[in-house]
Design a protein. Sequence first.
Length: 328
Amino acid sequence: MTLNRRTALGLAALAAATRPATALTPVSPPVAPVDPVETIRLWPAGAPGGPRVTVTPRVVERSIDPAFHDRIAQYTTDPILTVLRPARPNGAALLLIPGGGYKWAVVDKEGLDCARMFVAAGITCFVLRYRLPGDGWAAGPDAPLQDAQRAMRLIRARAAADGLDPARVAVLGASAGGHLAGVLTVRSDATYAPVDAADAVAFRPDLSILLYPVATMADPFVHVGSRAELLGAGPTSTTIDRYSLERMDWTGAPPTVLIHALDDPAVPVENSLQLLATLRAAAVPCEAHLFQEGGHGFGIRLIAGRPAAAWPDLVLAWALRQGWITPS
C-alpha cells in the first residue's frame, strides 16, 4: 500500500472505529458526600439576647469542584448541631467547632469533613453551627460561647438515649473555633440563664483537641481579624486578658492536645506554644504536634499526602491513652 494523506486518514478512521468502546466512555467525576440529615436545634424557643438582631442567615458555597463542598455559614440566628452517627458506635462523642475568624463558621472543611473521619473510628459527631459576635446579640463576644456551652449540655443530656457515655464527650475546635473550644474548656461560668432540664448538665468537655487555635488576643501573635470580630476595635488590656487562652487559669482542665503547622501564615504557631506553656504550668495532661509545613486551615483534605495528614491518627492514639476511646 502506498501511504499518502488519504490512506493515512482512512487508517486513522478505521482505528477509531475498531477501538474498544470502553476507551471512549467518559469517567464520571467524583461528587461530594451527601449531607447528613439529622440536626438538633440548640434553642427551640429562640437563641437568647436577640431582640436587636436583624441579620439574615445564609450559607455560601465557595467550591467550584463537584468533588467537595466548601461552605460557610454567615449570620446564623438559629444555631444547630448536625449529627453524624457511626455504624458501630464506641460510646464516645465529639463536638466539632469549625473556624472562620468569628466572621463566619466553616461548614465542611473543619466540620463535616473532619467529622466523617472520626465517625469512621466509631465516634458519634456533632458539628456546631454557632452564632457570631458581631451580629448584634446581647451577649456580644460570649454569644458563640453560649452556643458551645448549650451544645455540650445537650449532647450530655441526650447521651443515654443516644447510647453514648456522658463522661466521654470531647471537643475539637479549629482556628477561631479552636479559641471557642478552648474557652469552653477552661471557663467555669455559665453564660446564659437555664432554659430546660439539659442546662443542669455540666458543659466542660472531657477532652479537648485544638487544631491551629487562635489562642491569644494579644499582640504580636494575635490573629487580628478574629480579635476584631470578637472584641471590636481597640479592646482594653483587661478584655484581652479575659479572652486570651494562655492567660486563663487552666487548673483542673481536661487533657488537651494541640496541632499546628510551623509555617502557618495566619495564626502563628506561637499561639499553640504559649498555650502549651500555660497547660504545662497548670499540670494539664497535654500533648502537642507541630508540623514543618501545612499552612493554616488544612483540615483533612488540604494535607493529603503530606506529613500533617497524620494528625487524626496521632489524636486518636492520644485519646486512646487518655481512656476517651477504647481499643476496638
